[in-house]
Ligand binder design. Structure first.
Ligand code: PLP
Length: 369
């Protein structure tokens, strides 16, 4: 038996779309890029979408477009994928972590104000596991303190908060398309925003600092090669056409897990706010408080030995070896650490069958004390 942790959902239309780009002479900066960006902007309900070669590149460009300077502080969460904090370091900024809410695993908004200093330039919040935090409260905070607001919606494409789409909730947002995300372009990411200036700067910086319409060897500013090829964009277009269908399948798989864990006292499932429609990125079960890291790691090992792939989403960012060189240590963010030591990300993808969910749940239950 082998049940993978995740897996992309590629159909014959995806394959045809990719192959048909190869039959043209437009492999990059061609019509599929324009079409993908237009469709993503429309889906998200924003004016602009700027496709790039990864979610990390998207974060990096938006941090630069917002003008972050060395020494500037950005408030963010330690319970995320490391890129959401690394992008601040890329530009010499300082990530200032605040702890999370133990029910949704999102930033604890009550703790933000006390972390604001004269150097604070913005808040970078993450829609963790596909659930947006309370963006109205975040919005009020940034207005009061004159800060920028970044939404790392890499895990939340298609989620809504009070009916508004994830990605559109801050000044600028992004999606990521690595194969374990809800939709994929192989590798890829996209910046989404209503802000003309951010969009124009990001378009220029992804393409070696060229201004639109200017010559190929004319570089108006420092730029990168963060372009996304038309091959990737073609896959993005066909994936996006099926996205809502794929999200519905994922919601069904999550519902099967939730249903089976309802009467398991030792497993806590994620709390979804009534304001939110979740876009399920991963399915994370959390062990009760009387389990410790060693127990959790033992459970992960036993599940893997049985062919059930699983993971410990996430190790807190402040405890990553590289971040410890900045002086962060265990105990700094107790809620994050408490949650992180007990999470078990279970197999989760569109085509996971109900019978497989039963196998996973039964195996996990046998390992509980
Ligand atoms: C996946 C992810 C990213 C980065 O996306 P890549 O395409 O892998 O660079 C950034 N932030 C979060 C929260 C993610 O989950």
């Amino acid at each position: 038996m082998n049940i993978p942790l995740s897996g992309p959902d590629i159909d014959s239309q995806d394959i045809e779309a990719v192959v048909s780009v190869l039959e043209t002479s437009h492999l990059s900066l061609g019509p599929k890029l324009i079409e993908f960006e237009q469709k993503m902007a429309e889906y998200t309900g924003v004016k602009h979408a700027v496709a790039v070669n990864s979610g990390t590149s998207a974060l990096h460009l938006m941090i630069r477009a917002l003008g972050l300077q060395p020494g500037d502080e950005v408030i963010t969460t330690p319970f995320s994928f490391v890129a959401s904090s690394n992008c601040i370091l890329f530009e010499g900024g300082k990530p200032v972590f605040v702890d999370i809410d133990p029910h949704t695993y999102n930033l604890d908004i009550d703790l933000i104000e006390q972390a604001i200093t004269p150097k604070t330039k913005g808040i970078l919040a993450v829609d963790v596991f596909g659930q947006p935090p309370d963006w109205d409260r975040l919005d009020a905070l940034v207005k009061k303190h004159d800060l920028f607001l970044i939404e790392d919606s890499a895990e939340a494409i298609g989620a809504t908060y009070k009916g508004r789409k994830a990605g559109s909730l801050g000044d600028v947002g992004l999606f990521a398309f690595y194969p374990n995300k809800q939709m994929t372009t192989g590798e890829g990411g996209i910046i989404v925003t209503d802000d003309d200036k951010i969009a124009t700067l990001c378009k220029s910086m992804r393409n070696q600092g060229r201004d639109e319409g200017a010559g190929w060897l004319q570089h108006a500013r420092l730029g990168f090669n963060f372009r996304l090829s038309d091959i990737n964009c073609a896959l993005g277009i066909t994936q996006l056409a099926r996205l809502d269908e794929m999200l519905a399948k994922r919601a069904q798989v999550a519902a099967w897990y939730n249903d089976r864990f309802e009467d398991v006292a030792d497993i806590k499932t994620i709390c979804v706010s009534p304001d939110v429609k979740m876009s399920w990125f991963v399915y994370v079960a959390r062990l009760a408080d009387h389990y410790f890291r060693e127990d959790r790691d033992e459970i992960l090992g036993q599940l893997r030995a049985k062919g059930i792939q699983c993971s410990n989403y996430f190790t807190p960012i402040h405890l990553q070896p590289f971040y410890q060189t900045f002086g962060y240590a265990a105990g700094d963010f107790p809620v994050t650490e408490q949650v992180s030591e007990r999470t078990v990300a279970l197999p989760f993808f569109n085509h996971l069958e109900e019978a497989q969910v039963d196998i996973v749940v039964n195996q996990l239950k046998q390992l509980l004390k």
